[in-house]
Design a protein around this ligand. Structure first.
Ligand SMILES: Cc1ncc(COP(=O)(O)O)c(C=O)c1O
Length: 390
């Protein structure tokens, strides 16, 4: 998608989207829905125009999973509906606004996993005379020997605890239970095809295989328990990009969340069961040449979140053959890149990929879309719209 000539037209640093690859990813992801709908994880996109583009590309894409209350309000004001806030929130101002939005025809569904969350929402609902729609987050992590495989989020790891919380919600006239979510991060967000890590890959694949049926059983048991008590839910959400092929197999699931697969950042190169096309890149200008083989760029220190490690660092991908220098890595304002090739010049661009999907959008105001070696449009990121949530 990239050529030296095209990069010369662009003011650098810049965030670039291969629109053809992005559209192909939308098609491939939609093709794996297996009769479920797909909710878009907005944290992994962070551009209103691109969220709209995904939703318009296929009817299986339905609803958004937002990451902060302020963001869900912003998205609702932009015209989106069916917004599931994927993480609990406590912010009084935002919750008051959400209660008001819920009085219109739009819906923002809040995530809860504790009695404290429910008491807090109940107090605000009474004060504002509003309604909150709720989704219960069930822990999907699994334990093998002493190893905790999964994320530390919800404490609800048994159907009885889920039922108790559901009953408490049902007692309130101001709260309406709509859904249950169980995010199996250890399957959806952990690669099992890392380069030169045969033993680790084998161990992770083994844990994933053991974990998948446990996750399915826990979700099913929780739903059955609720149904036995006459509690029916319209949303049963699970999974992420990395578990689309397993989560969609479960009968009790109504929808799967997907975000990262659309941009397919570096960390999503390392899964055995699927591959999408890398679509999001950033280009930095070479501004110095401290040695014949070293080209120093402006910017580049866009390290991804999560457990710190080499896998969170961006990778130079164009021209081919670039390597970061271990003692400097990707720097706050300067990133040196080593090339065998000594013919690059100051002013040329080096193109990188980030380790994770949406975070890189916080560093740029616009996404320059490229198709057939040409710039075809420019979309604002959240930042470009003056919005900054996390
Ligand atoms: C609750 C929840 N659901 C789904 C996902 C999957 O998102 P993605 O497809 O971007 O990996 C995440 C990612 O962290 C998440 O936190």
């Amino acid at each position: 998608m990239l050529s030296k000539e095209l990069l010369k037209e662009i003011s650098l640093p810049a965030l670039l989207l291969d629109l053809d690859a992005f559209d192909e990813n939308c098609k491939n992801i939609a093709g794996k829905a297996n009769g479920k709908t797909i909710r878009i994880a907005t944290k992994s996109i962070r551009s209103v125009s691109l969220l709209r583009r995904i939703l318009q590309s296929n009817q299986v894409f339905k609803g958004l999973m937002a990451f902060t209350p302020q963001e869900s309000i912003f998205l609702s004001e932009k015209g989106f509906d069916d917004i599931l806030l994927g993480y609990p929130c406590w912010d009084m101002d935002a919750l008051i606004k959400i209660a008001k939005i819920n009085q219109t025809e739009k819906k923002i569904i809040l995530m809860v996993d504790s009695h404290e969350h429910i008491d807090h929402l109940q107090r605000i609902a009474l004060k504002t005379e509003g309604t909150f729609y709720l989704c219960i987050d069930v822990d999907m992590s699994t334990t093998f020997a002493n190893l905790h495989f999964g994320v530390r989020r919800s404490p609800l790891n048994h159907e009885e605890a889920v039922l108790q919380l559901a009953k408490k919600i049902k007692q309130s006239t101001k709260l309406e239970l709509i859904g249950m979510m169980g995010y199996e991060a250890q399957i959806a967000g952990v690669g099992d095809f890392m380069p030169s890590q045969y033993l680790k890959n084998t161990f992770i694949s083994y844990l994933k295989k053991k974990s998948i049926p446990e996750v399915a059983a826990r979700r099913t048991k929780a739903i059955k328990k609720l149904m036995n008590e006459g509690i029916r839910l319209s949303i049963v959400n699970g999974g992420g990009t990395g578990s689309l092929h397993t989560t969609t197999l479960e009968d009790c699931i109504t929808e799967v969340t997907v975000g990262s697969g659309f941009y397919s950042p570096l960390l999503f190169d390392y899964y055995q069961s699927f591959s999408y096309k890398p679509s999001l890149f950033f280009a930095l200008p070479i501004v110095r040449k401290p040695a014949p083989n070293i080209y120093t760029c402006l910017g580049g220190g866009y390290i991804a979140s999560g457990a710190t490690g080499k896998d969170k660092v961006p990778k130079p991908v164009y021209p081919i053959g670039g390597k970061l220098i271990p003692l400097e890595g990707a720097g706050e304002v300067q990133t040196p890149v080593y090339f065998e090739d000594t013919t690059l010049k100051i002013g040329d661009a080096i193109v990188f990929r980030a380790a994770k999907a949406g975070e890189i959008c916080e560093r740029f105001k616009e996404i320059i879309c490229i198709s057939n070696q040409q710039i075809v449009c420019r979309f604002d990121t959240y930042r470009g719209e003056g919005a900054c949530f996390l």
